[in-house]
Design a protein around this ligand. Structure first.
Ligand code: ADP
Ligand code: S3P
Ligand code: MG
Length: 179
């Protein structure tokens, strides 16, 4: 939570014209309820079951997409297997303390109640993220744009996306964004 998955994915979709899906946005639309209410009314286990269902549904799409998941996607082994099968997994790494400074409205994230809890969650999940990730990008002190360019660079090196010939304008834009 607060690593920038949603923001970086949105930036990449705009910058490189990816089709992108945010799993939490998709889930909330499908359920007609916000995540906070799903947690409050039905609890975390119910949310996790819906999350798996939605990951499977999105994964069945024939078109390759950039999918930003919720940070708890690694909690269930079924999800970890789906991720491994579906595509390249990018882990945006963030510490709980840095994330706390980024997230202004914590009430939308029921599992980010207090800093101690968030630190413990990070620690418990760290090995799950390490095992799931094909690419790791450390986000500490970086802007959303910088992280997006790093992710894109890694995807290009892996051959997941075709390198695009850079025209003069794209090169200037990249220089401006990263300077
Ligand atoms: N690299 C960053 N630097 C500063 N603020 C960020 C960065 N990435 C995201 N944010 C801010 O942190 C909050 C959470 O970002 P979000 O993209 O929703 O993360 P996630 O989807 O990983 O929980 C948002 O308010 C966003 O604007
Ligand atoms: O880490 C988690 O368990 C969660 C992360 C959230 O998404 P973000 O990681 O996009 O904040 C959201 O799916 C839900 O509140 C649970
Ligand atoms: Mg998100």
């Amino acid at each position: 939570m607060g690593a920038g998955k949603t923001s970086v994915s949105r930036y990449m979709a705009r910058r490189w014209k990816f089709s992108a899906i945010d799993l939490d946005v998709y889930l909330e639309r499908r359920e007609g309820r916000v995540i906070r209410d799903i947690f409050a009314e039905d609890g975390e286990a119910a949310f996790r079951a819906i999350e798996t269902d939605v990951l499977r549904e999105v994964g069945e799409s024939p078109n390759p997409s950039l999918v930003s998941c919720g940070g708890g996607i690694v909690e269930r082994s079924e999800n970890r297997e789906l991720l491994e099968r579906l595509g390249t997994v990018v882990h945006l790494r963030v510490s709980a303390d840095e994330a706390a400074g980024r997230i202004s409205n914590k009430s939308t994230r029921p599992l980010f109640n207090d800093i101690e809890g968030a630190r413990a969650l990070c620690e418990r999940r760290a090995p799950l993220y390490d095992a799931a990730a094909d690419v790791v990008v450390d986000t500490a002190g970086k802007s959303v744009a910088q992280i997006a360019y790093e992710v894109m660079g890694a995807l290009r090196r892996r051959g997941d996306v075709r390198p695009q010939p850079k025209d003069g304008q794209a090169a200037a834009e990249e220089r401006d964004t990263l300077s």
